[in-house]
Design a protein around this ligand. Structure first.
Ligand code: ADP
Length: 460
């Protein structure tokens, strides 16, 4: 007889964490608290990683280049088999949104801690994601939910219907790449040709789509958790408008100044969309918000870097909930139980020059981390740790929680003052200055604010 979902609940006791850095530490903690054994993996550059020492098994799976280690699917599956893992947690980045990997994990008889390969594939293509969201009643940016044709006259007509400025986006784009703003008709065809070529080279698909370019939006996102039994909840919202080159720098929850009656229907539509596509695990719906309206831009089918701000306000351990959903457990939360309290900020501490933003590798010679009520630090580094040039420059996340936004800002100032990293350059001086800024303190700044602020600072 086939097993029921309840019988299969708890169907693994060892998790391989297919990632590195702070998120490897974060996931390992969640596993241990759930009574699960952990397998850490590393590349040659990460042999000294502290989470290797605290894992039940630690395996080096390849050379320092990510393509040969953290992105090497066969090596990761072999490590899982050797260490006796029953599940793989992909973290964020690397293979976390790779549908073929999710499929290979399941085919190997292991559990992929994330949604099904087909959910990842639908959401990984921005056109099919938009189509699925429109069908579920999620508000989207004006523009068709189909790929642009090759015919120049039809393309011109679509742009006119949307109204300039428009944005051309690669269906397979990600990481802020594969997008081009078109302010007016005379540069439309050139922009299409350039973006098509870029998309073909970078994402292996020339498929493009067009939508309205919103000029002063904020980036607001909604966190969801779903189980395999048809239950889903949303855990409030986050504001991630503080971006440099489309990369988030500071995040906060809740998004300031958003009235509950405006966000409520959007959250419910996200939950509805999850139920319609049979979504499992954690995910994030990203929206642009302008003049009181929300516009869906994409869904991230994985744990996100900024998940802690929602954990701080909702009190839900998102990583544990994600693992329990993958084990087949029924979600132990209903929407009515979700209450978000206080305000939380997260600063991404990067190993980079605070003026030029160039990555800075080397040995951390001195490290002091802040402590106290409402302060959390997610990191893998320690004094003596060697920051490698091979990977993302994120070395720590500083997270605070306080009853109000103003108090949370004050707490972050204090936390940043108590953070000392020597031996390498970090963006801490830049973050300290940002938390002194008057407009940021007021809240509701748009996605262009940080770049403008940096320009003014450079000119001063
Ligand atoms: P990626 O997958 O590369 O992160 P997104 O679709 O999430 O791409 O967009 C990244 C960023 O690009 C957004 O946070 C926003 O700053 C900008 N952006 C995307 N679409 C639009 C749009 N229609 N209007 C204005 N800005 C946009």
């Amino acid at each position: 007889m086939p097993e029921t979902l309840e019988q299969s609940a708890g169907r693994f006791d060892t998790v391989l964490i297919a990632n590195r850095g702070e998120i490897a530490v974060r996931i390992q903690r969640a596993c241990r608290e759930l009574g699960l054994k952990t397998v850490a993996i590393c590349s040659e550059a990460d042999r000294q990683a502290p989470y290797g020492k605290t894992a039940d098994s630690f395996l080096c799976i390849g050379p320092s280049t990510a393509a040969k280690s953290y992105l090497n699917q066969d090596a990761i599956l072999l490590a899982a088999r050797l260490a006796g893992a029953g599940a793989i947690h992909p973290g964020y980045g690397f293979l976390s949104e790779n549908a073929a990997f999710a499929d290979a994990v399941e085919k190997a008889g292991l559990v992929f801690i994330g949604p099904t390969a087909s959910s990842i594939a639908i959401m990984g293509d921005k056109i099919s994601a938009k189509r699925a969201m429109m069908a579920a009643g999620v508000p989207c940016v004006p523009g068709p939910d189909t790929a642009l044709p090759d015919d120049p006259a039809t393309i011109e007509r679509i742009a006119l219907e949307i109204g300039y400025p428009v944005i051309i986006k690669a269906a397979g784009g990600g990481g802020g790449r594969g997008m081009r703003v078109v302010p007016k008709a005379d540069v439309l065809h050139e922009a299409i040709a350039l973006t098509r070529e870029e998309a073909r080279k970078a994402f292996g698909s020339r498929s493009l789509y067009m939508e309205k370019f919103l000029e002063h939006p904020r980036h607001i996102e909604i966190q969801v958790i779903c189980d395999d039994h048809g239950n889903a909840v949303w855990l409030g919202h986050r504001d991630c408008s503080m971006q440099r080159r489309h990369q988030k720098v500071v995040e906060e929850a809740p998004a300031p100044g958003i009235a509950p009656d405006i966000i409520q229907p959007v959250g419910l539509a996200c939950v509805q969309a999850c139920l319609q596509i049979g979504y499992r695990g954690v995910g994030t719906f990203e929206f642009l918000y302008e003049d009181g309206a929300f516009y869906f831009i994409e869904m991230n089918t994985r744990l996100q870097v900024e998940h802690p701000v929602t954990e701080m306000t909702s009190g839900v351990d998102i990583v544990q909930a994600q693992i329990r959903a993958a084990q087949g457990h029924v979600l132990d939360l209903i929407q009515g139980d979700v209450t978000c309290e206080g305000h939380s900020f997260e600063c991404r501490i990067n190993a980079e020059d605070p003026e030029t933003f160039l990555p800075s590798a080397g040995v951390v010679t001195h490290l002091a981390l802040p402590a106290g009520p409402g302060i959390r630090v997610d990191t893998h580094i320690h004094a003596g740790y060697k920051v490698s040039p091979y990977y993302d420059s994120l070395i720590a996340k500083l997270i605070v929680h306080a009853p109000t936004r103003a108090e949370a800002m004050a707490r972050m100032r204090e936390a940043l003052a108590g953070t000392e990293v020597e031996g390498i350059s970090t963006n801490i001086p830049f973050l300290r200055a940002l938390f002194e800024d008057g407009a940021f303190a007021q809240g509701e700044t748009d996605i262009h604010y940080l770049e403008q602020w940096l320009k003014l600072r450079r000119a001063a």
